[in-house]
Structure formats: C-alpha cells, structure tokens
Design a protein around this ligand. Structure first.
Ligand SMILES: Nc1ccn([C@H]2C[C@H](O)[C@@H](COP(=O)(O)O)O2)c(=O)n1
Ligand SMILES: [Zn+2]
Length: 163
C-alpha cells in the first residue's frame, strides 16, 4: 500500500489560491481582486471578482482610474467589488459564521456588506491601500462589529496549473 501524499496544499493555500484564480477573471487593467467565501466545515460557498454589473459591457464602460478621457468618467462608480460579488453570487441562504478569503483588504463599502452578511472572519492577502480613509473605516467597522481580519501568511509555494 502506498503512503498518502504529504505535499498537498493547506486549506489556507487552497482558498487563497481560489481567490487569486477568481481575480484572474477581472478585466480591470490596474487591480484584479478575487474573493472566496468558505463555510465553517471548509466548503466553498461562493466566489467573486471585481467587474461591472450584468448588462454593463466591459468594452463600453470606462476602466480609467482618473477623469482624463473624453467622457470624463472613471471605473469607480460602476465597478462591483469582488467581495460584494461573492456575497451576491451566493444563492444558498445565510452566510452567517463564514470566512472570506480575499486578495486585497476590503474597502469600507464591502466591509458594511461583509458585516451585514454575518461573515465572521476575513483572510486577506495584500493591504496595498493601508492607511487610506476607506481602509481605516473598514478596520474600524470590523473592530466594532467583531469581524476578525487576519493577513494571509504566504508560504512561498508556487501553484502552477496548466489549462
Ligand atoms: N477590496 C477591494 C478593493 C478594490 N476592489 C476593486 C475595485 C477596482 O476595480 C479595483 C481597484 O482599482 P485601483 O484603484 O487599484 O485602480 O479593485 C475590489 O474588488 N475589492
Ligand atoms: Zn469594496
């Protein structure tokens, strides 16, 4: 009888890997974000990435970060964030007590949705907007609402998938 494999990925590597994979679907040229919601018994309940809402064409709505195009528009009023998409994509009922893996720390608007959905723990990778008003507001609301947030500890493992 052979021994079981020992180099399998951990739950955290698996779920953060899925969050990053989901983010690879994003059409945002600057920042791609992915999210994965997991039940207390380690089942993936939902996933999401940042993009425009249904019916809002990726080719017609603006991807600019600044108002320097002829239409004077940026992506910000239109884009749905990965965390909100993951929450809204879930059709199974309650997300009470679940864990969210996300490749970028949630903004204040997503923090409100995360709290109201009953998500109890946020595992995030990058915190590249640390210290901004939105980031500070999100952390303040998580602290007040008892949502735990922990930064993912990178293991350095490269996960390569040929598709
Ligand atoms: N936690 C987050 C933060 C941001 N997003 C989205 C929103 C935009 O599409 C992009 C950020 O763009 P940037 O200002 O870095 O050019 O990421 C998200 O989905 N979740
Ligand atoms: Zn957000």
């Amino acid at each position: 009888m052979s021994a079981k494999r020992s180099d399998y990925i951990s739950w955290d590597e698996y779920f953060m890997g899925v969050a990053h994979l989901s983010g690879m679907r994003s059409k945002d040229p600057n920042t791609q974000v992915g999210a994965c919601i997991v039940s207390p018994d380690n089942k993936i309940l939902s996933m999401g990435y940042n993009g425009f809402p249904k019916g809002c064409s990726d080719d017609e709505f603006p991807w600019e970060r600044e108002n320097d195009n002829d239409r004077n528009l940026t992506k910000y009023p239109f884009v749905t964030h990965s965390e909100l998409n993951a929450i809204l994509n879930y059709r199974g009922g309650s997300l009470e007590g679940t864990k969210l893996y996300v490749s970028l720390f949630p903004c204040n608007e997503c923090a409100k949705a995360i709290i109201q959905a009953g998500i109890r723990t946020v595992v995030y990778d990058s915190d590249k907007y640390e210290g901004t008003p939105s980031n500070r507001a999100a952390k303040r609301m998580f602290d007040a609402a008892g949502v735990n947030y922990v930064q993912y500890r990178k293991t350095g493992r490269m996960i390569r998938i040929e598709v």
